[in-house]
Design a binder for this molecule. Structure first.
Ligand code: ZN
Length: 250
């Protein structure tokens, strides 16, 4: 396989300011493949703008998340907490009909990208399940088809690796660039973090890159105009808590 550079984005959640900052730091032209792991909308105030921007990237793989299903009317808000449900109802009315149809037509994960990489929203065995701890990670790695699986859904940047029955975890450092060297004998489960609503206490937008030649994943963070995203949320009449959490990365 030729050397390929991948850009991996997840959980943009209708946050246009965060997405634009990520694409300024990691321009489309620098990458051979763009993988988008779902939850384009929900929580943030720019669902149509984010959908248009993501479409303009011509992603090689784009799968749906749980918020995409609810905002497009495929599922109801039964499994959602109050804030998520309020945001989903607002998003349903804000979406243009074409965007709503586009969202409803997104494929479910997991998807095999190539002989090295696959992606899912939550886990490879259930698109809505969460990978929080080592047990979750072990169960998920067992369900993968390729050595490297990128996942989202938790909004927490992390890399799990399994080699010889031993599970290791890499958490991102504070400087915004955390390289993870991939070994050929190990299997990986990597969350690029959330572009639009990080929940690991670092409010900066999160994403990841992968170079198949150097076998290096980089967990990255980029600062963005949180204040502008917050103003948009407030102006849209969405719950104030959705604006506040962006400021603290929760
Ligand atoms: Zn999400």
């Amino acid at each position: 396989m030729n050397a390929l550079r991948y850009l991996i984005l997840s959980d943009v959640h209708a946050n246009l300011e965060a997405l634009e900052a990520v694409l300024a730091a990691a321009p489309r032209a620098d990458f051979d493949r763009v993988l988008v792991l779902g939850d384009l909308v929900g929580y943030g105030a720019s669902p149509n703008e984010v959908m248009a921007q993501v479409a303009s990237l011509r992603p090689d793989v784009l799968i749906r998340g749980n918020h995409d299903k609810v905002a497009s009317g495929l599922e109801d808000t039964e499994d959602f907490n109050y804030l998520a449900a309020e945001a989903a109802r607002w998003t349903q009315t804000a979406l243009t009909p074409p965007h709503r149809r586009e969202l409803a037509a997104l494929p479910a994960g997991p998807r095999v990208v190539d002989g090295l990489v696959e992606v899912c929203h939550g886990t490879p065995y259930d698109e809505d399940a969460y990978i929080f701890d080592e047990l979750d990670a072990l169960r998920a790695i067992e369900a993968t088809q390729q050595p490297i699986c990128f996942f989202g859904h938790t909004h927490v940047q992390v890399a799990f690796s399994l080699r010889g029955g031993r599970l290791d975890i890499v958490w991102p450092g504070r400087n915004g660039t955390t390289p993870v060297a991939l070994e050929r004998s190990a299997r990986y489960l990597i969350n690029p973090g959330s572009v639009g609503q990080p929940r690991d206490g670092d409010p900066r937008a999160a994403f990841a890159t992968f170079d198949s030649e150097t076998r290096e994943v980089v967990l990255r963070r980029v600062a963005y105009r949180v204040d502008l995203a917050q103003q948009r949320i407030t102006a849209a009449g969405l719950p104030a808590a959705l604006a506040e959490r962006l400021g603290v990365g929760r």
